[in-house]
Design a binder for this molecule. Structure first.
Ligand code: ZN
Ligand code: ZN
Length: 150
């Protein structure tokens, strides 16, 4: 994904133009798809003057995986730090991380924010599913233990 810094809309990775404002990413393009610097008045390859308006952009391919890795690191350090402490301390710690991430996300442009929230919801869903499986597994084990008793 590419974030257009002129209109703040997203475009697919590798797209030459922004689909919202029609500007070309990273330079000016002539009708023959030659890329010239953003400041060029003529195409540097064929000297055509009909060039697209350029826009700067941020490649966002790393955002999803990056946030996921960051959340895992935070979770891992959180678990390490609260190891040996009561469960309440861990809950408070996780809540604090959530608040920090939420405030941090408010300063990001809307497309990144929605992507972040999607990742967060997916991560919480995944953790919830894992916790559910763990509880089912524990319950089965306990039932098996009770049944095994004479
Ligand atoms: Zn745009
Ligand atoms: Zn050209």
């Amino acid at each position: 994904m590419r974030l257009c810094l002129t209109c703040r809309h997203m475009a697919p990775a590798g797209a030459p133009f922004c689909g919202h404002c029609g500007r070309s990413f990273g330079g000016r393009l002539c009708s023959q798809w030659h890329l010239s610097p953003p400041s060029a008045r003529y195409c540097v390859h064929c000297r055509r003057t009909a060039l697209s308006d350029p826009t700067s952009f941020i490649p966002l391919g790393w955002v999803g995986p990056g946030i996921t890795v960051l959340m895992f690191i935070i979770a891992a350090t959180g678990i390490w730090r609260v190891a040996g402490r009561p469960v309440e301390a861990m809950a408070v710690h996780l809540l604090r991380i959530g608040i920090v991430l939420f405030i941090f996300s408010l300063f990001l442009p809307p497309p990144v924010r929605s992507g972040l929230h999607r990742t967060a919801v997916a991560s919480i869903g995944f953790l919830g599913k894992m916790a559910g499986r763990l509880i089912v597994f524990a319950a089965r084990w306990m039932i098996a233990q009770i049944k095994a008793k004479p």
